[in-house]
Write a protein that binds this ligand. Structure first.
Ligand SMILES: [Zn+2]
Length: 405
């Protein structure tokens, strides 16, 4: 039986009854994908869908966000549910009948399912307004794919949209592979990586390849830097708290016998704890600058912070395991053994509010999760049966947390 004050069996049944409606909404959104912070068609579709649910709806000024506040019949705390809205610059080759009608743009990360799932949660919660003590803030967020949309919405007040700071925040992400259909996963603590970038220019002095002593060769310095970064990773960071540094681009020179004046390196840097994320820029910059200095040269280092580590609150992950298990069976919640190396801007919300970011398996029925095309692939397909699961999990988390007072 349910171990929650909420009637979870009933909630699941209602979510499943919404499936056809959520599926058709998801297909509509899938046909009109938009990239970035300004998603006018997507925003219009979401607003139309929320119309009539009795929500207090506002839209963003710096991006086409939608914030909808659902007030319960009685006073109480506020919680936040989030769904991101943006697509990717990918030419769709999924073969789906509801394929993108926007050239070169595709909902390849399943954010169309996130919007439909959050609309589903809104419907489930609106039907229970009389039982709710408190408020639910629905955060429809553009610009997750590298545009820092969550940070913009926080600056525009989403965390206080109900009139006071939210006490908990939840989000789900669908996966077109790796996780079996309908399985919910999460983990306490770090759930997703921080992803930074480093852009380096070694400043040497050009010359003739036959007389390197009259020049300052940045190519040899660049080669030394590439290997020194890997040495720094293994010598300066705790092996049990991994750091990944990959130099993905290196460029210098034009011809074999000319020493170029500069050499460039670009690297991606992944960390999995706020502690490593805090110290890594200074450490890597130091390695690069001092190797250049050792050879009488300088290095310009531009270190760019990406999204922070996504950190889940252990008690909120335990809540997610409990409500998911009660609705779908205990085998349907799996504690993820390690964080995911991708990054996610819901991390900005979870830096400020305890909560949980969960994954819902959307591997197409009948396909092997280990080999199905994964998120961001032009061939990625997401099973619509993940929609009622997402809607039910989000609504259950909000209701269970609000019942706690
Ligand atoms: Zn995504």
């Amino acid at each position: 039986m349910s171990t929650s004050p909420v009637d979870l069996a009933q909630l699941r049944a209602e979510a499943e009854a919404l499936a056809p409606q959520l599926t058709s909404l998801r297909h509509d959104l899938h046909r009109i994908p938009e990239v970035g912070l300004h998603l006018p068609s997507t925003q219009a579709r979401v607003l139309a869908e929320l119309d009539g649910l009795g929500l207090e709806v506002t839209t963003g000024t710096r991006c086409s966000s939608v914030v909808a506040v659902l007030r319960g019949a009685r006073p109480g705390p506020s919680v936040l549910l989030r769904g991101d809205m943006d697509a990717l610059p990918v030419t769709e080759r999924s073969g789906e009948p509801f394929t993108s009608t926007h050239d070169g743009v595709m909902h390849a990360c399943g954010h169309d399912l996130h919007m439909a799932g959050l609309v589903g949660a809104a419907r489930l919660l609106a039907a229970r307004r009389e039982e709710i003590a408190g408020s639910v803030v629905l955060m429809f967020q553009p610009g997750e794919e590298g545009f820092h949309g969550a940070e913009i919405m926080i600056a525009e007040g989403v965390l206080e949209a109900a009139g006071e700071p939210v006490v908990a925040a939840y989000g789900v992400h669908v996966a077109s592979s790796m996780i079996p259909l309908g399985v919910v996963t999460g983990r306490p603590g770090p759930a997703m990586a921080a992803a930074d970038q480093m852009y380096v220019t070694i400043q040497g002095r050009g010359g003739h390849g036959s007389m390197p002593h009259l020049a300052a060769d940045p190519v040899t310095v660049a080669a030394e830097v590439v290997l020194a970064l890997q040495t720094a990773v293994t010598r300066q960071f705790d092996a049990h708290d991994p750091v990944v540094v990959s130099v993905g681009r290196i460029a210098a020179g034009t011809v074999d016998n000319v020493i170029p004046a500069t050499a460039e390196l670009d690297a991606t840097i992944r960390t999995f704890s706020p502690e490593q994320h805090a110290i890594i820029p200074e450490r890597l910059t130091r390695v690069v600058e001092h190797i250049a200095a050792a050879h009488g040269m300088t290095a310009d280092v531009r270190y760019v912070r990406g999204y922070p580590v996504t950190v889940n609150d252990p008690a909120e992950v335990a809540r997610a395991a409990r409500v998911s298990g009660a609705m779908f069976g205990d085998d349907r919640f799996v504690t993820a053994p390690r964080p995911i190396s991708g990054a996610e801007d819901f991390s900005y919300v979870l830096q400020r509010v305890p909560g949980a970011f969960l994954f819902v398996g959307a591997t197409p029925r009948g396909e092997d999760p280990d080999v199905a095309p994964y998120n961001h692939s032009a061939q990625a397909r997401f099973d619509d049966d993940a929609l009622p699961v997402s809607a039910a999990v989000l609504a259950a988390l909000a209701l269970d947390r609000l019942a706690q007072g």
